[in-house]
Design a protein around this ligand. Structure first.
Ligand code: FMN
Length: 285
C-alpha cells in the first residue's frame, strides 16, 4: 500500500477537474505494464475506488468527483489530505477472472419477454442448473450503470437456515412466500465505496435485478423480486449473516425456481399515464 500527503485544490478554471497528483509512478510501483490502472484506498479515512489518468512521462493523476468531494468534505478551500492507495487487482482483471459460462440462449424475443414476465411465487422442487444461474447473473452484469461503475455483488444462496430465518424476521411485513419454496435466491448488493451516489447505487442495482428477472423468464424459470428495505430487521439480518462490510448494502433478494404456477399475460399499456409532446400528429398506421 502506498501512502502520501497532498493538498486538494480547487481547479484553476471553471468546470476544470479536481484531482490529486501522484508523487510516484504507479505503473512502476504497482508493476503494471499496460492498460488502465485501477486503485482503491482512502482519502482522509474515506474509502474510494478509482482509475488513474496518465499525463505522460510517468506522471499520473486521480480525479476527485463531486460525490467523493462531498464525502471528504472538500468545499473548495485548500484541503490537506492523507491518501492511501492500493492496486485494485480484481477490477483490473475484469472479465478475465470469470469462469467460462456455458451460454444459454432463448427463443423468446425481447419484447415478448418483457411483456409476459410475471412474478412467480410458487416453484417446483427441481434444482436449477448452475450454468443457468450463471446466465442469469451475466444478464445482471450486463445492466447499464452510472459512470459504468458496476457497483454490485451478487450472493447466490440455497442456505435454508438463512432463508428460513429471513422469512421469520419481520414476519408479516412483506410477502416472503417466494423465498420459502425457491430453489435458490440471489441477493443483489450495492457497494457504496464503488458508487458513492445513493440514487445511482439503487438505480444500477435495480437495472441488474430487472435484467435477471427477464433472463430467468427467458430461460423458462420463474422469479420474484423480494424487497429488503434498508432499515428493516431482515436487511440487518442479511448483513450479519453474510458478514457484509458497512459499505455493502443488500438491496433486493430474487427468488428463483422452476415455475409451479402459470400467469396470464395482462395488458398494461395505459395511455392516460403518457404525456405526448412531440409536436406533430402521426398519420394512422
Ligand atoms: C422493489 C420491489 C419489491 C418487491 N417486493 C416483493 C416482495 O417482498 N414479495 C413479493 O412477493 N413480491 C415483491 N415484489 C413483486 C411485486 O409485487 C410485483 O412485481 C408486482 O405485484 C407486479 O406483478 P408482476 O411482477 O407479476 O408484474 C416486489 C417488486 C419490486 C419492484
Amino acid at each position: 500500500m502506498q501512502t502520501f500527503s497532498s493538498i486538494l485544490k480547487k481547479p484553476d478554471t471553471k468546470g476544470g477537474l479536481t484531482f490529486i497528483e501522484l508523487p510516484f509512478n504507479p505503473a512502476k510501483v504497482f508493476n503494471v505494464s499496460k492498460g488502465t490502472i485501477k486503485v482503491y484506498g482512502t482519502i482522509n479515512g474515506v474509502e474510494y475506488r478509482n482509475k488513474l489518468i496518465s499525463r505522460g512521462n510517468g506522471l499520473y493523476i486521480m480525479t476527485v468527483d463531486k460525490a467523493l468531494q462531498k464525502r471528504i468534505v472538500f468545499t473548495g478551500e485548500d484541503l490537506k489530505i492523507e491518501v492511501t492507495m492500493n492496486l485494485d487487482e480484481s477490477a483490473m482483471q475484469g472479465s478475465g477472472k470469470r469462469e467460462n459460462v456455458e451460454k444459454h440462449t432463448c427463443d423468446m424475443d425481447v419484447l415478448t419477454a418483457i411483456k409476459t414476465r410475471r412474478s412467480i411465487r410458487i416453484f417446483k422442487s427441481e434444482e436449477i442448473e448452475k450454468s443457468k444461474i450463471q446466465t442469469i447473473l451475466e444478464a445482471g452484469f450486463c445492466a447499464p450503470t452510472a459512470k459504468n461503475k458496476r457497483p454490485w455483488y451478487f450472493i447466490v444462496t440455497r442456505n435454508k437456515d438463512f432463508l428460513t430465518n429471513l422469512i421469520k424476521v419481520d414476519a408479516g411485513q412483506s410477502n416472503y412466500l417466494p423465498l420459502a419454496c425457491a430453489d435458490c435466491c440471489i441477493i443483489v448488493c450495492g457497494d457504496k465505496s464503488i458508487q458513492g451516489v445513493t440514487e445511482f447505487l439503487l438505480e444500477d442495482c435495480s437495472a441488474a435485478a430487472q435484467n435477471m428477472l427477464l433472463a430467468a423468464h427467458g430461460l423458462g424459470l420463474g422469479a420474484t423480486w423480494c424487497s429488503l428495505p434498508r432499515a428493516s430487521k431482515r436487511n440487518k439480518y442479511a448483513c450479519e449473516f453474510y458478514n457484509l462490510s458497512d459499505k455493502v448494502i443488500p438491496l433486493a433478494i430474487i427468488a428463483l425456481g422452476y415455475p409451479a404456477e402459470e400467469k396470464e399475460f395482462a395488458p398494461r399499456y395505459d395511455e392516460t399515464k403518457v404525456h405526448w409532446e412531440i409536436g406533430e400528429e402521426y398519420p394512422a398506421e
